[in-house]
Design a protein around this ligand. Structure first.
Ligand SMILES: [Zn+2]
Length: 240
């Protein structure tokens, strides 16, 4: 066990209120690509960059093309939780972890058993008719190649925060409350480049800010503990 892992274990041993804040890197070990970092891969089959396609304006104006990209790239029905998701769920069951705040939209934390998951960017598992607000599951979206329509005729939209859309204020408020109360804040798998989500960590008042990333980030300097490693391996090594 490295010195960093030993220190993380000591922090977890003493912790009573851990909050985890995670980004795309948490799910890459489950085979879900981080579209922000592999932009070039899509240029061959799509005329627009992912940031354009995954915008509110594009959804409204080019719904069919949005769904072509969304079904191919954003839905990963075979993905399963990895060691990071599983350990976080176990920490919550053990009463040590109080909330998972995630930028991911894949639902893998819940699949692993986590209960208090604050999804800053929504979830592909929830979908709504834009006209009558009828709920639809992800299977309804995954089927077929047409724009998914409600029985009322309205267009079904994923409950995912697209570029150009605001974050859900209730989720934001609950995230702020959780971070403010945390004695340990573990941040993993995010470059912290996405605002305002990244600004949330400014609400942390404790002295156990742990950063886990495969490469160093500008935040390493303010962390109490920065661990260079794969998030699944690092969290997976924690003993309960
Ligand atoms: Zn409807």
């Amino acid at each position: 066990m490295t010195a960093e892992l030993k220190k993380l274990q000591e922090i977890v041993n003493q912790a009573k209120n851990i909050v985890f804040f995670g980004g795309a890197g948490v799910s890459t070990e489950s085979g879900i690509p981080d579209f922000r970092s592999v932009d070039g891969l899509y240029s061959q089959s799509y005329k627009y960059p992912p940031e354009t396609i995954l915008s509110h304006e594009f959804f409204m104006d080019n719904t069919e093309e949005f769904y072509r990209f969304y079904r191919n790239k954003m839905l990963c029905p075979d993905a399963r939780p990895n060691k990071a998701h599983i350990k976080l769920a176990e920490l919550e069951t053990a009463g040590k972890l109080k909330a998972v705040i995630t930028q991911n939209i894949d639902g893998l934390h819940q699949m692993a058993g986590s209960k208090n998951v604050l999804e800053l960017h929504g979830s592909v598992l929830r979908n709504y008719c834009m006209k009558c607000h009828q709920f639809y599951d992800v299977e309804t979206i995954a089927e077929g190649e047409e724009v998914p329509k409600c029985s009322c005729g309205g267009t079904i939209k994923p409950d995912v925060v697209l570029y150009g859309e605001g974050l859900d204020s209730d989720v934001m408020n609950r995230s702020v409350a959780a971070i403010t109360k945390a004695d340990v804040l573990i941040i993993g798998g995010t470059s912290l480049a996405v605002y305002p989500a990244a600004g949330l960590i400014n609400y942390y008042r404790g002295n156990h800010l742990v950063l886990i990333n495969k490469s160093s980030t500008p935040m390493d300097a303010i962390a109490n503990l920065a661990i260079d490693g794969k998030i699944g391996e690092v969290l997976g090594a924690i003993k309960l």
